[in-house]
Ligand binder design. Structure first.
Ligand SMILES: [Zn+2]
Ligand SMILES: [Zn+2]
Length: 252
């Protein structure tokens, strides 16, 4: 199983980056975890859209789903007969996206024919060919789901956006690689209360307690110093630490 970072920025893309997007591939299966601003163009450097098996959205903050909108337009008005791409949304996601469509366009139906929207449920595994994705609810400003991605006995835990909580620790337990947000790392500005994200040190603590091989820090504030964030996580985690960046690809 391979993880390729498409975009690794928090709220707005840093220069040369995109917001959240992570491509996981194994055999014929390719799953995009999140589809934030700027991911669509970079995604196609790695996989043709017709070959994308599915998209799974962790939560309904725009930095994690907003490129579904240009994707819908491209599929809808592109080549005739383009396949609908399955999109797995958190609970309530279908109503939310229909509400967004109502503000964007008079065309009905808006999403059908381009994207096949469906919702996942916590604890129910999504199966995409040889890859399984298990949503695990974490704690954030809105409902947010980390993902346990498995193929061929290997496990990737993706934190989504979360505070430090038991749920993210349980998600990471037993994973080989932890892909963890660190919005507050690398000299990012202080967030408004209540804080709804992790620092790099907290991401490192989750990795250390879970005993993962590799920690991939991601969801960087656009002004963050990524090397500094890695150094912060290093204070508490002795394993391999990587800073996500577009095109970073690792075998899990
Ligand atoms: Zn985010
Ligand atoms: Zn968020």
């Amino acid at each position: 199983m391979w993880l390729t970072v498409i975009g690794s920025s928090a709220s707005q893309p840093a220069a040369g980056d995109a917001c959240s997007g992570y491509l996981v591939t194994h055999g014929r299966a390719s799953v995009l975890l999140d589809c934030g601003a700027g991911t669509l163009g970079r995604l196609q450097e790695h996989v043709a859209l017709d070959d994308l098996s599915a998209i799974v959205i962790s939560h309904l903050h725009p930095d994690h789903f907003s490129d579904l909108i240009p994707l819908r337009y491209g599929r809808r008005y592109g080549e005739a007969g383009a396949r609908e791409i399955p999109v797995f949304l958190p609970p309530g996601g279908i109503v939310y996206l229909h509400g967004l469509a109502a503000a964007l366009s008079k065309t009905r139906p808006f999403w059908d024919g381009a994207l096949r929207l469906q919702e996942y449920a916590p604890g129910i595994t999504i199966e995409v060919d040889e890859i399984t994705v298990g949503p695990v609810e974490v704690v954030h400003g809105i409902r947010s789901f980390g993902m346990l991605v498995q193929a061929d006995g290997r496990r990737l835990a993706y934190s989504s956006d979360t505070v430090m909580c038991d749920e993210v620790q349980l998600l990471a337990a037993g994973a080989d690689v932890l892909l963890a947000e660190n919005t507050l790392g690398g000299g990012a500005p202080a967030h408004h209360e209540p804080v709804t994200h992790l620092s790099a040190v907290q991401a490192g603590l989750v990795a250390a307690r879970a005993g993962v091989e590799t920690l991939v820090l991601t969801h960087f504030w656009h002004t963050a110093d990524r090397a500094q964030a890695c150094a912060e996580a290093r204070e508490v985690f002795a394993g391999r630490i990587l800073a996500a960046c577009p095109g970073l690809s690792i075998e899990i």
